[in-house]
Write a protein that binds this ligand. Structure first.
Ligand code: HQG
Length: 189
């Protein structure tokens, strides 16, 4: 298998076990999402998906969205955002958001979103981006893309909390529909 393809497959597996289902390979995450690197590598061997420390480091360093992080002493690793596992309850610091943020989603979700606002669903947070290009990429994963602009300034004034993960992704618990503005659909996407 080509090394890029292998890296992408391992990156997906790491996203799965470090965000959603650590039990799949018998690892534990602490409340900040950390797990022991050596135990992770041992368990990957046990579950027939062996990965060397060099390969793991390469995945962390080349992740386009900087999804993963090593602890300072390199003994632990975590996904920085996107969790759904109940083992993780990250204590992000509430941070004033930029004036506006974007969320990309699929047109088939629009009615429900206009009804309930943006909800976190399986994950612990709603994910927001500072730029529309990223929002388009995120939305495309779900179907025909539509972008919402969020009046984060107004939300912040109204007491809603925002957090920025180590990789720059903005997070919040819920975006009520009144703060959402649907942007005109671009024909480029
Ligand atoms: C939608 C990826 C119906 C929401 C990305 C989204 C991101 C609703 C979907 C990160 C809804 C959930 C997160 C409502 C929200 N009714 N649908 N009321 N409220 N939704 O994957 O934001 O590559 O859990 O719009 O790049 O797409 O994995 O969230 O379409 O950063 O690192 O429900 O995951 O990062 O889908 O993506 P997701 P997301 P990675």
């Amino acid at each position: 298998m080509k090394s890029l393809e292998k890296r992408q497959q391992h990156s997906k597996l790491l996203s799965l076990v470090l965000r959603h289902q650590p039990e799949n390979i018998g690892i534990q995450l602490d409340s900040e999402g950390w797990t022991d690197v050596h135990i992770l590598l041992q368990q990957l061997i046990k579950y027939k998906r062996p990965l060397s420390l060099i390969e793991l480091t390469e995945i962390v360093e080349t992740s386009d969205k900087k999804r993963f992080q090593f602890s300072l002493d390199q003994s632990k690793i975590r996904a920085v955002q996107g969790h759904s596992s109940a083992q993780v309850k990250r204590a992000y610091t509430a941070t004033p958001p930029p004036e506006t943020l974007f969320h990309g989603t699929a047109t088939r979700f629009v009615n429900s979103i206009l009804d309930q606002g943006l909800i976190s669903g399986e994950r612990h947070h709603v994910h927001l981006s500072t730029d529309q290009t990223t929002a388009v990429k995120v939305g495309q994963r779900h179907g025909k893309v539509i972008i919402f602009q969020i009046d984060t300034q107004k939300m912040h004034q109204d007491g809603y909390h925002f957090y920025q993960a180590e990789n720059g992704v903005w997070l919040t618990e819920h975006v009520p529909a009144k703060y959402l503005q649907q942007l005109a659909q671009s024909t480029n996407h």
